[in-house]
Ligand binder design. Structure first.
Ligand code: NCD
Length: 310
């Protein structure tokens, strides 16, 4: 198994199945501990830097909550507007600066590959909270954790990923985890927003069964897990193209009840209109439990990279 102490968490492909099982076990342990007490003092005196150059609600707040519940502290920013980036400072120099203050960095940035640039500039571990349309490994880990807690098993499941598979970093990271399990993957996207061909080819070379379709209902009929995603408006160079594609798929309660009433419904959130709000009351709509799992999974990652749990 990988030694997590000092490790940067940059993409989904860096983990073995053994690593994944370990992160899940540590997260489950923290979840149990938090059921008994609001917080721990494992990281007393430690500080995390949360550097968010791009919009976020859940990822930043759950990183911060995770650090606070571990007993540590947080400094950071939620937009580059008030920082020296707006004066022209390079990402590497910003990172070299924050590196002097903190023990671990969580970062989100609009450019693909930015997390790796930050990791090279930093001495402390860097955790990627999303690099443009690239990767979002902590979301993928909490998605996996949620599938395990909702369905007990990941092996043997058919997982449908639907929506903007071209630009969605959560699905780019997620498939790198699912490939270690005996899953069938079905990708549902409009032709213009398909999963990048290199990712699909890499999964097939790894022995994963992958199907691609534009037919959401047919895919739902086979789904154990249905993972819906938002069309990533901010990645479109042409606003008219976004307008054309934004309503491509809308998952409704009526469809779920008719086609596959027991499928576990996930979404990394934020939702725009791709899941109607009447779905929320279904017991198998798990996206707000998914949000909650973000805290314990990030607690696990922070404690692991700081070497406070083994
Ligand atoms: C996702 C993201 O930012 O990539 N959200 C998240 O982190 N929970 C998905 C999205 O923005 O659509």
């Amino acid at each position: 198994m990988t030694n997590f102490k000092g490790l940067d968490i940059l993409d989904g492909a860096q983990f073995s199945r053994e690593d994944l099982e370990h992160v899940m076990a540590v997260a489950a342990d923290f979840r149990q501990q938090l059921a008994q007490q609001p917080g721990l003092d494992l990281l007393k005196g430690y500080v995390m830097g949360t550097l968010f150059f791009e919009a976020s609600t859940r990822t930043r707040l759950s990183f911060e909550t995770a650090m606070l519940r571990l007993g540590g502290g947080v400094v950071g920013f939620a937009s580059a507007a008030g920082t020296s980036t707006s004066k022209g400072e390079s990402l590497a120099d910003t990172i070299r600066t924050v590196d002097q203050y903190v023990d671990v960095i969580a970062m989100r940035h609009p450019e693909i590959g930015s997390a790796r640039v930050a990791a090279e500039a930093a001495q402390v571990p860097v955790i990627n909270g999303g690099d443009g349309a690239g990767q979002h490994p902590t979301q993928a880990l909490l998605d996996l954790f949620t599938i395990r807690s909702e369905r007990a098993q990941v092996d043997g499941t058919t997982i449908v990923l639907c929506g903007d598979l071209k630009n969605g970093r959560t699905v780019h990271a997620g498939v790198e985890l699912y490939k270690h399990y005996d899953c069938k993957l079905i990708f549902v996207a409009p032709e213009q927003l398909k999963m990048p061909a290199d990712i699909t080819a890499h999964l097939r070379a790894h022995g994963v069964t992958v199907e691609e379709t534009t037919d959401m209902a047919a895919a739902l009929a086979q789904a154990d897990v249905f993972y819906m995603t938002r069309i990533q408006k901010e990645r479109f160079a042409d606003p008219a193209e976004y307008e054309r594609l934004k309503g491509s798929y809308v998952l409704t309660r009526e469809l779920i009840e008719r086609v596959r009433p027991n499928a576990t419904i996930l979404h990394p959130l934020p939702r725009v209109d791709e899941i109607t709000t009447d779905v929320d009351a279904l017991s198998n709509a798990a996206y707000f439990r998914q949000v909650q799992n973000g805290v314990t999974v990030r607690m696990a990652l922070i404690a692991l990279v700081l070497g406070k749990v083994e």
